[in-house]
Design a protein around this ligand. Structure first.
Ligand code: AMP
Length: 112
């Protein structure tokens, strides 16, 4: 997608603090962290939101989740805990229309 900022990060047109990468998934630090650890996990392929997922994306989304857990383990976040959240749509606070999960850790969180 030409005007998608996360697509441009995935193709390295825009710099990001990349923590982990494989063929299908990229993990990088959020530019405005809301917690001591605040990462974004994206599929490199452009999908605008969770609501747009189809059956054929199941493997890719599995890779997204596995990358999140892998990085949480590598950064030693498992014992203290971490939150993985994806905002879908405007009322949920989605600002960037490219599927992403926020991985937050390093402090305690309220719910909901
Ligand atoms: P959301 O509101 O769920 O769509 O989250 C979008 C997130 O992307 C926000 O937490 C932003 O701080 C983050 N963000 C936007 N642009 C960049 C960027 N160029 N590099 C890193 N994080 C970004």
């Amino acid at each position: 997608m030409q005007d998608c900022i996360f697509c441009k990060i995935a193709t390295k047109e825009i710099p990001a603090d990349i923590v982990h990468e494989n063929e299908q998934v990229l993990v990088f630090r959020d530019a405005k962290p809301a917690a001591p650890v605040h990462l974004l996990i994206i599929p490199k392929r452009h999908i605008p939101a969770l609501s747009e997922l189809s059956e054929e994306d199941s493997g890719l989304m599995g890779q997204v989740h596995l990358a999140a857990v892998r990085v949480a383990r590598e950064l030693g976040l498992v014992e203290q805990g971490f939150r993985l959240v994806s905002n879908c749509g405007r009322n949920a606070g989605q600002m960037v229309m490219h599927i992403h999960y926020h991985l937050l850790s390093g402090r305690s969180f309220q719910w909901p």
